[in-house]
Ligand binder design. Structure first.
Ligand code: ZN
Length: 543
């Protein structure tokens, strides 16, 4: 006779996502929050003892705890607390800037959340310095575009950053100019970063407030674990202390950014020596991954392409590093036994990082490295096959496809568009793909992500009929992308990603079955409600 269960959840429809894709009715967990049995109501109720808590799920639907393999945790939290500009027309954005400027003291920064999208404006040309100066003459203003790679700022913001009409463009960035050579108002990548750097750093209290906001919202979306893409040491310490204080709930896998290059900040490089941090705070906090940013974004025309942008002849975007620099960075991580995640969007950037991975792996073989390429967004050659051969995990964001459909066609053209934002295509080679949101670029809402992966439309059902439907994935593959494959991408598939004995009782309770809904009325996926988010057997969110 097996030992009595501490908790039993019964009368449910459970998709275990085990290798056989078995379904079940009930789960039993021990007092440590790990599953001891998964099966029928009768089998599981046999494990009931005097002290067992039994939860009747009333026929609800259970899937393994949904995972988001690409979030910017603190940034997402900050975006929840910033000026809301997402999906607004330019006129409405200017109106809310005007309103904020009237409300706060002169000189205080007005910073927008993610992000404006000129593609949905009546006039899609880039917004100007003059428009923002008129709306907020006495406050520095910085509003990021939805992809985070371009900003729109006003004169006071540029002045605070020490940028004038004569400031040269930094490497890997551009201060856009008017035809007569004046600052136009928008800046990309490294140039945008220069302006951002002038914003006063948030206080410890503001940072914690942001993380709280992020965690609460992420749990409400049914997510039990995140892979954070790009923490500075201060973020990692903040998050560590959140758990230290018993306030952290999500399973958090951190990724240390800007640490592998000799030019990176001293404190980041020093922090590298403290990695890996494995399974701290009851297996809630792990940092074993390092992040490299190897190019920009398609929207900002800074993703590194092999051929010119279709709408900007002579321009191919920007590689952030030389092949030699990349190789040394990857090698630095490999020597420390760390995982590497590299943001590579353009086909040239993807080839460059796969070259670096291949070279380092030939020198330091590691059959279980799980190195990742974040986004893997432009496929024009055999890069998915190469990734598969090297054991590289593509980490993709299904919502980017419909949200970028119009812009991507203009930037990449008819020929390249069929390999762009294409999890279906990549999956054919790699056999697995980890899904995420890139929050705050998209909401960290796996149900919206599954809907987008299956229908290739966003929450507004755009574009009609779906964007390049040949790149859709099946409902089951979409769910794997947010569960078992996502767990693999963070070295957690031994304890999470499916509901099996020995794994954590991390699961998401829904009012409808994802797979059946996706197969019968796919847009109804957006109507599915998250009833509970359970982590280690404990309900951390309840509707
Ligand atoms: Zn990202």
């Amino acid at each position: 006779m097996a030992k009595a269960a501490a908790k039993i959840w019964m009368n449910a429809h459970i998709r275990t996502m085990d290798a056989a894709l078995s379904e079940a009715q009930a789960l039993a967990a021990d007092s440590e929050g790990k599953l001891i049995a998964v099966g029928s109501d009768a089998d599981i109720l046999a494990l009931r003892g005097a002290g067992t808590e039994v939860f009747d799920m009333g026929g609800a639907h259970i899937v393994p705890g949904l995972l988001d393999t690409h979030v910017h945790f603190r940034m997402y939290g900050e975006s929840l607390l910033k000026l809301k500009i997402r999906d607004l027309s330019k006129e409405d954005i200017l109106a809310s800037v005007r309103e904020a400027a009237a409300r706060i003291p002169a000189g205080k920064w007005i910073v927008g959340g993610m992000g404006w999208n000129n593609e949905v404006w009546e006039d899609p040309s880039y917004p100007t310095l003059a428009e923002l100066d008129e709306a907020a003459p006495d406050n520095p203003v910085l509003l990021p575009r939805m992809d985070g790679h371009l900003i729109w700022a006003n004169s006071l913001a540029y002045r605070a950053a020490g940028v004038s009409d004569d400031t040269p463009d930094p490497e890997g960035g551009e201060f856009m100019k008017t035809p007569d050579g004046k600052l136009q108002g928008c800046a990309s990548n490294a140039a945008a970063k220069t302006v951002r750097a002038a914003i006063p750093a948030p206080t410890a209290e503001e940072r914690r407030e942001a993380m709280f906001a992020a965690q609460a919202q992420i749990l409400a979306y049914g997510v039990t674990g995140v892979s954070d893409m790009g923490c500075d040491p201060v973020d990692l310490e903040d998050i560590d202390s959140l758990y230290e204080d018993g306030l952290g709930k999500l399973r958090f896998c951190g990724t240390l950014a800007r640490c592998l290059n000799p030019k990176d900040p001293e404190e980041n490089r020093a922090y590298l020596d403290r990695l890996p941090i494995l399974g701290k705070h009851g297996d809630h906090y792990t940092v074993r991954c390092t992040k490299i940013l190897s190019d920009g974004a398609v929207g900002a025309q800074s993703a590194a392409l092999k051929e010119d942008y279709s709408d900007r002849p002579g321009h191919k975007g920007t590689l952030m590093y030389t092949p030699d620099e990349l190789y040394h960075m990857v090698r630095n991580a490999a020597e420390r036994g760390l995982q590497v995640s590299t943001h590579s969007i353009g086909d040239a950037a993807i080839d460059e990082i796969l070259d670096a991975y291949e070279k380092v792996l030939s020198e330091i073989p590691n059959p279980d490295h799980r190195w990742r390429v974040e986004h893997f967004q432009t496929v024009t050659n055999d890069s998915p096959d190469r990734a598969a051969r090297l054991g590289v995990i593509p980490s993709m964001q299904p919502m980017h496809a419909p949200n970028s459909a119009t812009m991507a066609l203009r930037r990449l053209g008819e020929k390249r568009i069929h390999g762009a934002y294409a999890p279906g295509l990549v999956l054919k080679s790699t056999g697995m793909v980890a899904f995420g949101s890139d929050a705050p670029v998209s909401a960290p809402a796996p149900l919206s992500g599954i809907h987008a992966a299956v229908t290739r439309t966003n929450d507004s059902l755009f574009p009609e009929g779906g964007f390049c439907m040949e790149n859709a994935v099946s409902p089951m593959d979409a769910l794997k992308g947010y569960t078992i494959w996502a767990a693999r991408a963070v070295f957690a598939d031994d304890v999470r990603g499916s509901l099996e004995p020995g794994k954590y009782a991390d699961f998401t309770v829904l009012d409808r079955d994802i797979i059946e809904t996706a197969e019968t009325a796919p847009h109804d996926i957006l109507k599915i409600k998250v009833l509970k988010t359970v982590i280690g057997g404990k309900a951390e969110y309840e509707a």
